[in-house]
Design a protein around this ligand. Structure first.
Ligand SMILES: Cc1cc2nc3c(=O)[nH]c(=O)nc-3n(C[C@H](O)[C@H](O)[C@H](O)COP(=O)(O)OP(=O)(O)OC[C@H]3O[C@@H](n4cnc5c(N)ncnc54)[C@H](O)[C@@H]3O)c2cc1C
Length: 467
């Protein structure tokens, strides 16, 4: 098409040839999501190297009415970062914007561009004795723009909160190509609407996050990692409450895993659980800037064992052993992939209701698909479970409805941390109160009136509603 040729030539003028990928082989990795569920076809992949280039791409797309799909590390679990199959959507990759602009160990902030890999940002902060607490198994590939755009959770939410709690300032490019610079390094800023909150977790549907100011914390000097087996989920909760009473907010992570989940990791990665078998396992990490943490943890876990909340346990003797224990947790998702197809759920329920939720969900699944294998693990301390059913994906819709019905009954959320992307759009639309969906639509229409920012993600495409 003529207009495509003109658009592409103007895009090349703005970004140079290195900033524009068109060859299908080069575009391939941008076209499919990490889970390989959503295969799209980009019109072109644009790779701007700074905020002004991002704004130039957005302006051009507005002029030609081309939809934009922002993409950072492409590790998202909800298909949000890949284009549809029409061949009409531009993928805007932030990967070249990978500068750490500053680290301030006194003010405890760091300013990063959207394409900085999370692990790189963590390491840079650590080199200055500071902690960037967002941590997840994809941290070697996920990028800060994606982390902010999905309001990522991960392993340390229990103590430090989700990404939202750590973002102090944002720079964004709006759909009309305006650059809004809100990169303030402030702990306290109550001046007017806190507009950045709307962009955190918006999954690319409102604008492009080009840079962020993140809050840092002191790097703990000491950390203790323990793996325990527990007889049932209620015991896991009792264990958590017990150690929380004794160790307070030193606990940074509390992960629960079914024995079945560890079995998958053992099978596919040859790792071994170092304690006696159990139906469920809990991985606890505590960290502190003060000394005496190990003794305190030993005492707390001793009490939990005495009270029957745990059956067996081990405290890592070295950093290496701690890393090995974490591997048991972090390899679960990959092991599940190696085992075969699955229907994933990323749900949250009020923490005390976890045992009852699991009973109800297991019963509902047994009725729908008797004998189905369930890979359940998650962030116990956040009430967030990955309740994954190992079945062929052709039953996905049915399975989703059954599991999400139970979630809804327990007052939970159908997306605790992975977002909505394209994967959960219909489910969210069906289950959210109409007033909430209408409000969300008003926000979207106010900021992106042409609907060019990541259409069909988070909210249904307008045409799907007939207007
Ligand atoms: C093995 C594994 C483990 C994971 N564990 C966790 C976990 O524990 N907790 C958790 O929360 N997530 C987890 N995830 C999901 C994923 O890593 C996070 O959602 C992460 O934040 C995505 O970052 P990304 O850079 O890969 O973003 P992408 O996948 O590239 O994008 C994600 C979404 O954000 C949008 N986006 C990306 N960059 C921008 C930008 N600069 N501006 C505007 N929009 C943008 C995209 O359009 C898309 O909708 C895991 C993923 C994997 C593969």
């Amino acid at each position: 098409m003529m207009s495509d040729a003109a658009f592409l030539s103007r895009l090349r003028e703005k970004l140079g040839t290195t900033g524009v990928l068109m060859d299908p082989a080069q575009c391939e990795s941008y076209a499919i999501d990490w889970r390989r569920l959503f295969q799209g076809k980009p019109l072109v992949v644009a790779r701007p190297s700074n905020t002004h280039e991002v704004a130039a791409v957005v302006a051009l797309c507005r002029d030609y009415q081309i939809a934009i799909v922002p993409q950072a590390g492409n590790t998202g679990m909800a298909g949000g970062a890949v284009p549809d199959a029409s061949g009409r959507e531009l993928v805007l990759s932030l990967a070249r914007m990978n500068t750490i602009r500053s680290i301030d160990p006194v003010g405890m902030t760091m300013e990063v561009e959207a394409g900085v890999i999370l692990k790189t940002a963590q390491d840079a902060a650590a080199a200055q004795g500071r902690l960037l607490p967002v941590s997840l198994a994809a941290e070697g590939s996920a990028m800060m723009g994606g982390i902010v755009a999905t309001n990522a959770g991960g392993l340390n939410v229990l103590r430090y909160g989700m990404t939202r709690a750590l973002v102090l300032g944002l720079e964004v490019v709006l759909p009309d190509a305006t650059i809004v610079n809100g990169l303030r390094h402030l702990r306290k800023d109550n001046a007017g609407y806190d507009w950045k909150q709307v962009f955190i977790g918006s999954e690319g549907t409102l604008g492009i996050v080009t840079a962020a100011v993140m809050r840092l914390l002191p790097q703990p000097k000491d950390s203790v990692t323990a793996l325990l087996s527990v007889p049932h989920p209620q015991a896991a909760l009792d264990l958590l409450a017990c150690v929380q009473s004794e160790l307070g907010d030193s606990i940074t992570a509390c992960e629960m895993m079914a024995g079945f989940s560890l079995g998958l990791v053992e099978k596919h990665f040859g790792l071994r659980r170092p304690i006696a078998d159990g139906e469920w396992f809990v991985l606890i990490e505590a960290a502190s800037t003060l000394s005496g943490l190990r003794e305190a943890t030993e005492t707390a876990l001793g009490h939990a064992l005495q009270r029957g909340f745990a059956l067996d346990g081990i405290i890592a003797e070295s950093g290496r052993q701690a890393a090995e224990l974490w591997q048991l947790r972090e390899r679960i998702t990959e092991s599940e992939g190696k085992e075969g197809k699955s229907v994933k759920h990323d749900v949250s329920v009020p923490i005390p209701l976890i045992p009852a939720f699991l009973r109800a969900a297991d019963e509902a699944m047994a009725r729908l698909l008797p004998g189905t294998r369930i890979n359940c693990f998650g962030h116990l301390g956040d009430g967030n479970l990955h309740y994954n059913i190992l079945v062929d994906r052709h039953t996905a819709d049915e399975v989703n409805v059954v599991v999400h019905d139970v979630v809804q009954r327990f007052g939970g959320s159908i997306s605790a941390e992975h977002g909505i992307g394209q994967y959960r759009v219909a489910e969210l639309d069906r289950r959210r109160a109409p007033e909430e969906q209408i409000l969300s639509r008003k926000i979207k229409d106010a900021i992106d009136p042409d609907g060019l920012m990541n259409p069909g993600k988070v909210l249904p495409r307008k045409s799907a509603h007939g207007h």
